[in-house]
Design a binder for this molecule. Structure first.
Ligand SMILES: *[C@@H]1O[C@H](CO)[C@@H](O)[C@H](O)[C@H]1NC(C)=O
Ligand SMILES: *[C@@H]1O[C@H](CO)[C@@H](O)[C@H](O)[C@H]1NC(C)=O
Ligand SMILES: *[C@@H]1O[C@H](CO)[C@@H](O)[C@H](O)[C@H]1NC(C)=O
Ligand SMILES: *[C@@H]1O[C@H](CO)[C@@H](O)[C@H](O)[C@H]1NC(C)=O
Ligand SMILES: *[C@@H]1O[C@H](CO)[C@@H](O)[C@H](O)[C@H]1NC(C)=O
Length: 487
């Protein structure tokens, strides 16, 4: 199956990717791909910035892991008169450092202001000048609590808090320490000022108020919940469940269709019953959709689809997805990648891309037998013949050599601060507002440095992770036309 898929992806890439001189002429050739008859263009890297590994936030802790989830703060995006853009990014670390073990890290959200001065020249900037294209200023931090002001925790969820009121079973470290365990990987800043986050323990979607208090929790279908051989929920991340999400492969992706109030969440890779216990069979992941129009504590599930993640050329290993972003009806960006680069022991990354997929012709499996864990959509990684998966095409390649060189960066070779980070995990779009290219957007993407620093502080306690990894940010310019509406 892996080999068959491999051929499929190669063919798609050859047929649909072509290089043409870009009309707005960024210092390299742009790349056009076609999906559902629409052309999407990657015009290349236009911004790079970083926050140093040893930076401390307002609580005194190291500012780390911030690329786990990002969102543009509503109402902050502005185009200056001098070609620059300003705004505020909301960023979320996951569960704190995990050097020896998970820690009691309270979930939090930081605000980071930026000035983007897009660089479109063809000369190679040095690393110092490259950082002037995206200047970042940390502002403040909001901590996360339950309704009764109990702090949330990052500790592994070895116990289950039974259902209470409108809350489903919730992940907690232990019965004695009944704090909600969160490992946050997705963020949506809702139009009403509240936040939706997705996590890996549940994997759940949580609604939080603007001041960081839990409002509600959405439990996914039974097929996605981590269950042991007796069918009981066990949220731990240290052992694989018998069915449901794989450990640390939860809802990495979360995004909102703001016009229709549909929230989409995607698993990083296949559930265990769909082949998720092995990287060579874990490519058929699932995306779910919830309708949040009615402000209900339990929004209804309105869709579920199978997304075929890319697989490596050599060993057929799945490239898991660390984020999704809604583009237009049925069309999404997915950030799929390997774990190599700065922060890993192999510096040469083979795949880091923001790709496109379409669910326009995919089977909506919601409410079908596949919501029961005993009916896999892809037993041992082979897709059930009754299901049409999403269509997936290659798009923005983070490892493009011309792009990296123009910003003083590199892939492979020396481990230094100009090596591209390993774990890019977030995406956000902002309109370029260029009347000549009305469909152009800036695509922001941020890496999760896993709190790796030799000068760390967590929960007020110094730590040394043995390596220094900065929090890197990149900005690409892309053309994302809306499909022509059906008559
Ligand atoms: C352009 O304007 C922005 C926002 O007003 C300002 O922060 C920035 O320094 C200016 N840049 C240049 C190159 O003048
Ligand atoms: C963070 O700073 C921004 C402006 O820089 C402000 O609007 C916001 O209220 C602040 N939030 C907190 C939690 O202090
Ligand atoms: C806070 O609320 C949760 C959920 O209702 C409960 O389990 C926990 O015991 C409460 N904690 C305190 C300190 O009241
Ligand atoms: C979940 O599994 C872990 C690891 O086997 C175990 O220590 C823990 O007690 C289990 N928790 C529950 C609620 O069964
Ligand atoms: C979402 O809910 C709203 C309000 O109940 C409804 O009008 C709309 O059709 C629903 N959308 C979907 C896709 O279910």
């Amino acid at each position: 199956m892996a080999l068959f898929k491999l051929g499929f992806f190669v063919v798609i890439a050859c047929l649909s990717a072509s290089s043409t001189a870009s009309p707005t002429s960024i210092g390299r050739r742009s790349v056009t791909v076609t999906l559902d008859g629409v052309n999407y263009v990657n015009k290349g890297l236009v911004g790079f910035g970083l926050i140093p590994h040893d930076f401390k936030e307002s609580t005194g802790d190291s500012l780390g892991g911030i690329g786990s989830a990002i969102a543009l703060k509503r109402g902050t995006w502005a185009k200056g008169s001098n070609g620059t853009y300003t705004g505020t990014l909301l960023v979320r670390p996951d569960r704190g450092h995990n050097i020896d073990t998970t820690i009691d890290y309270q979930s939090r959200q930081h605000e980071i202001e930026f000035v983007l001065t897009p660089y479109t020249g063809s000369e190679n900037l040095n690393f110092g000048d490259a950082q002037k294209t995206l200047q970042l200023t940390y502002k403040n931090t909001t901590l996360m609590f339950e309704r009764n002001n109990t702090k949330t925790s990052g500790l592994d969820a070895l116990a289950v808090r039974p259902t209470q009121g409108s809350d489903p079973e919730l992940p907690i470290p232990s019965e004695e320490f009944s704090h909600l365990s969160l490992d946050v990987e997705g963020l949506v800043a809702a139009p009403d000022g509240t936040f939706w986050i997705s996590d890996e323990y549940g994997p759940y979607i949580y609604h939080f108020s603007d001041d960081g208090h839990l409002v509600s929790a959405i439990q996914p279908p039974a097929a996605i919940l981590p269950k042991d051989k007796n069918g009981n929920i066990n949220f731990t991340s240290v052992e694989s469940p018998t069915t449901g999400r794989s450990p640390n492969q939860g809802f990495e992706g979360l995004t909102l269709d703001p016009e229709n109030n549909i929230l989409y969440a995607m698993l990083q890779s296949a559930t265990i019953q769909d082949g998720g216990d092995d990287e060579s069979t874990s490519s058929f992941t699932r995306m779910v959709a919830y309708n949040i129009s009615d402000d209900s504590k339990q929004p209804p599930l309105v869709g579920e689809w199978v997304i075929p993640l890319p697989v490596s050329n050599d060993k057929g290993k799945t490239r898991p997805s660390s984020e999704i972003t809604f583009v237009s009806e049925n069309i999404f960006l997915s950030l799929s990648r390997d774990g190599k680069g700065m922060g890993n022991d192999d510096s040469e990354s083979k795949y880091k891309q923001a790709d496109l997929f379409s669910i326009a012709h995919a089977t909506n499996i919601q409410g079908m037998k596949f919501d029961d864990p005993s009916n896999p959509v892809a037993p041992n990684g082979k897709l059930d013949k009754s299901i049409t998966p999403a269509k997936y095409v290659s798009f923005v390649d983070y490892l493009n050599d011309d792009d990296l060189k123009r910003f003083g960066l590199h892939n492979g070779g020396n481990f230094d601060e100009t090596l591209i980070d390993s774990k890019w995990e977030s995406l956000a779009l902002a309109p370029v507002n260029d009347p000549k290219s009305p469909d152009d957007y800036f695509l922001f993407t941020v890496a999760d440095n896993d709190f790796l620093t030799t000068k760390g502080v967590a929960l007020g306690i110094p730590y040394d992770a043995g390596i220094d990894v900065n929090n890197q940010f990149m900005v690409f310019r892309v053309t994302l036309p809306r499909p022509i509406a059906k008559a």
